[in-house]
Design a binder for this molecule. Structure first.
Ligand code: PGA
Length: 257
């Protein structure tokens, strides 16, 4: 396989169900001030926040290079789906990205690959960039089938998904055992899986697979980010806990240089 061209890293926070909208606005103001003082043209910065936070945060982020995303999307475009949020609603509220298939949704909301596939289609139809999360559980890694699990997820999730370019989709490799546990995959393990994902993407999308962003997620912190981000198939991070703290997030942005 030809070596991939340099890919602009994406440093993406995943706030999960944390902070109130009223806390998020002054937090973002501080982050924007600090980013303005520390040029960061080497990477893109994105915050995937609770949907209630999008409108006030987007008002503040308008005109800056900080992007906003949501953490889930309905598979349906509109209608009688109480409690759901459509891709069009999220886009209208200020999101340009959306996390799809996070392991917490797969585990706690029984999301399977067929549903995730439908959600990807719904997001893409509205021009949202999905961040598709894949990753093995600890028992699967111990059984030696981590790679098969991840490739099977990709096969189910991406079935029939057509893309016009490399910027339309982001993949996040998140080993489930590393999420929120303080345990991180080694940089070599992250690269090994990143390269398996890359080969799959290139086979699936010959025009754009080599330039698509593959993130690593799972206890990425200032102390381990540089080593992970130095790998060719770790083109950024999906960062939970550390993205709630502006100092830590800014350190990871620096580590992406
Ligand atoms: P973590 O979460 O950085 O807190 O491990 C990552 C994620 O779940 O996306």
């Amino acid at each position: 396989m030809p070596s991939a061209p340099p890919i602009r890293p994406l440093i993406a926070g995943n706030w999960k169900m944390n902070k109130l909208p009223s806390e998020a606005v002054p937090w973002l103001r501080t982050l924007l001030d600090r980013l303005a003082a520390a040029p960061h043209d080497h990477c893109d910065v994105l915050l995937n926040v609770p949907a209630t936070h999008l409108v006030p945060m987007a008002a503040l982020a308008r005109g800056t290079d900080v992007r906003l995303g949501a953490q889930d999307v309905s598979a349906h475009a509109e209608g009688a789906y109480t409690g759901e949020l459509s891709a069009a609603m999220l886009r209208d509220a200020g999101a340009s990205f959306v996390i799809v298939g996070h392991s917490e949704r797969r585990a706690y909301h029984a999301e399977n690959d067929a549903l995730i596939n439908a959600k990807l289609g719904a997001a893409l139809a509205e021009g949202l960039v999905p961040i598709l999360c894949v990753g093995e559980r600890e028992d699967e890694r111990l059984a030696g089938c981590a790679r098969e699990v991840v490739l099977e997820q990709l096969a189910g999730d991406l079935e029939g998904i057509r893309l016009a370019g490399a910027d339309e989709l982001v993949i996040a490799y998140e080993p489930v055992w590393a999420i929120g546990t303080g345990r991180t995959a080694t940089a070599d393990d992250a690269q090994e899986m990143g390269s398996a994902i890359r080969a799959d993407l290139v086979a699936r999308y010959p025009e754009s697979g080599a330039s698509m962003r593959i993130l690593y997620g799972g206890s990425m912190k200032p102390g381990n980010a540089a080593e992970l981000l130095a790998k060719p198939d770790v083109n950024g991070g999906l960062i939970g806990g550390a993205s709630l703290d502006a100092d830590q997030l800014l350190s990871i942005v620096e580590a992406a240089r």
